[in-house]
Design a protein around this ligand. Sequence first.
Ligand code: NAD
Ligand code: MG
Length: 384
Amino acid sequence: MRSLTILGATGSIGASTLDLVRRNRDAFRVVALTGHSNVAVLAALAREFAAEIAVIGDEALLPDLRAALAGSGIASAGGAGALIEAARRPADLTVAAIVGCAGLAPTMAAIEQGRTVALANKEALVSAGGVMTRAVAQHGTTLLPVDSEHNAIFQCLAGNDVAHVRWITLTASGGPFRDWPIERLAHATPAEAVRHPNWSMGAKISVDSATMMNKGLEFIEAWHLFPVGVERLRIIVHPQSIIHSMVEYRDGTTLAQLGPSDMRVPIASALAWPARMATPCEPLDLATIGTLTFRAPDEERFPATRLAREATLAGGAAAAVMNAANEVAVAAFLSGQIGFTQIVQCCEDVLACGLPSPPQSLEEVIAVDHEARVRAREGLELVI
Ligand code: NAD
Ligand code: MG
């Protein structure tokens, strides 16, 4: 039996992870579960899985969480510091599934324990970059990618030397607007943007998929996880989301990972690694799927991948700045304050303001993130 903590247990990745745990109750003991504001769901999950502790990110909700857990014997805590404390509790495996840079400090705390971290929280790696990968190396942590593309690449690289890699190709569904004419994009609504054709996900990553910033963030994520160099990383649009990514070797062999568009597949791969566990997902029926198609990304309509590539080449604080601006802009879009095409424009504008010096520590990454958020809010003329 392995002990398990889930940071962001109340979200989409958290739910998929707990669905697998529910089907394998004998394999896992739950240490900590965290959520941000959904007290009822967090308390119910903590009770169902007999967690040691439940932590709510919004400290003002701690009394409600205490009340909801009364008589259960489950400890409770609240606030950003408590999330970090929870991540420090000994656990064989931590699933980092908080959305955004809010998950960075708890994810780093888990990494510093030197065990295994299954990373879904891509924004944390994009922002912290070398600070995080150095901590992984320093503490001897096993970092397992949960993002479906990176999990696919991880599997396709197994047993091979990255020196033999010719290309790593990230596949992209293209999102809900992949066939929209450029003029229509400015009028896209939040409801349309979160309606992803293939995947059911949290609101933020759904908007990122619509702008293609998700693929931009994943490009940077891949650059950190798989050291093949920026010129060996590329993106291809594959609307069916059956091939989750691929690796081409110098002998001309391409290895690809295929599977249903269900995050329980990559999550199961990380939970059971290096073994395998069963999932309830339907087997892949290629005869019914019939056709797999591919096309080059259109960076005129979706400039986010170009911006991410430029941020990777710029290095230093660029990725953290871009990510922070994107988080502010996506939240503003979701709350109806800005238009769809302003999201990536905001990232470009904030990057054009000039970059702070490269962050060397977690505190410096958080400071860069904070400053870029202020700039993004000013640039978008947001009230808060
Ligand atoms: P979600 O919005 O469904 O859930 C996010 C979780 O983070 C929730 O538990 C929420 O309570 C918590 N959270 C939000 N703000 C917080 C804060 N300020 N402090 C503490 N906790 C906070 O998001 P999701 O779709 O599950 O995505 C989680 C992460 O996984 C993201 O980084 C996303 O990019 C990545 N990811 C998701 C999918 C997917 O299919 N959903 C796929 C690949 C990668
Ligand atoms: Mg992905």
